[in-house]
Design a protein around this ligand. Sequence first.
Ligand SMILES: *Cc1c(COP(=O)(O)O)cnc(C)c1O
Length: 400
Amino acid sequence: MSVTSPPTDPYRWLDAALVTIHRAHWYRSVRTVEGLPGPVIKLEQRQVLNFASNDYLGLAGDQRLVEAAITATREFGTGSTGSRLLSGHRSLHRQLEQAIAQLKQTEDALVFSSGYLANLGTIAALVGPRDLVLSDQYNHSSLKNGAILSRATVMEYGHSDPQDLRRKLEQSRPQHRRCLILTDSVFSMDGDLCLLPSFLEIAAEFGAMLLIDEAHATGVLGANGAGCLEHFGCTGQPLIQVGTLSKALGSLGGYVAGSTALIDFLRNRAPSWIYTTALSPADTAAALAAIAVVREEPQRRQQLWQNMAALKQDLTALANAPQTKMSWKLLPSESPILCLQMPDPATALKVGQQLQQLGIFAATVRPPTVPTSRLRLTLMATHTLEHLQQLIVALEASIK
Ligand SMILES: *Cc1c(COP(=O)(O)O)cnc(C)c1O
């Protein structure tokens, strides 16, 4: 076969795609942070107040976690050298799993290399082509992609809408073998909580499994920091809890907590656990140290809750101010994630840039990640009231 004109560059579409992304104000780029994580950080050579971190308890820079990671690295090395089934694991891995199970009051737990992989592997292991997945419209990307990977029939229900969920179950549950309902417990880009008690009831009624993603709730909600389940008094209910070691626990990795049978099954069937290298000794030891802090220092959680209440009050006043009343809206939240909705991506970006000039680091979240543009503020136990005041002053200045 002869080719008369040279083939077009198969990668040229990338440039055109980037132009489109820029035009829609959807372009993202990464900024460089220096020093230890905390409420005050150095961002692109400037000291700023940090409202863009998921380090809710301020543990990612805690010296106890740092020391635990260093000690484990000295003793066990930097890498885990292979998957746990093939290369063996460390007693540290099991200690961490037992500590998670104890915190969550479940029979057992399994740690994955990330929360994302925990969701992908668990969902893909639990359901297949003959099954039905019902997923909240606002669920995290890892839940949505886990559902796709499973090749089950996937239906989305309206955000936190038990009536819609029930309607879809009535219609479609009978045609499927197993059914799995998926929900964030704290919605990561909004900060509101799932209606867990209603969802547990509906799951029981329709013979469906329920998986909740406690990524933003673990260490944060509940008297002992066990998460949303504890917050709603649902500890011990039969469901599947997934979460991450990378948010309030200040490390890296993910986990699933549940019954002995569930965990034993996942060890045999979850591809993102079987075919990936075990968590590093440093990450494992740091997470274990963090769980000890969660258990021993409830005052950190209380400080975080106080910060949440204080900032929520100030933001409510700000969103009701004459200058912003029409265009800014504080989204409902019961977590350290507080979002100010803005009328469009360009405004959100502009406010974000103005804040950075005023020494505040906050995330602007835009479509396609979320349906409406917003400024996403996250709180830490280690923010002081002065920090919160400085944020409000900067927000007021950026309105003018
Ligand atoms: C962050 C997050 C994850 C992913 O956890 P990683 O450990 O960062 O991969 C999963 N689910 C939700 C809801 C999250 O917010």
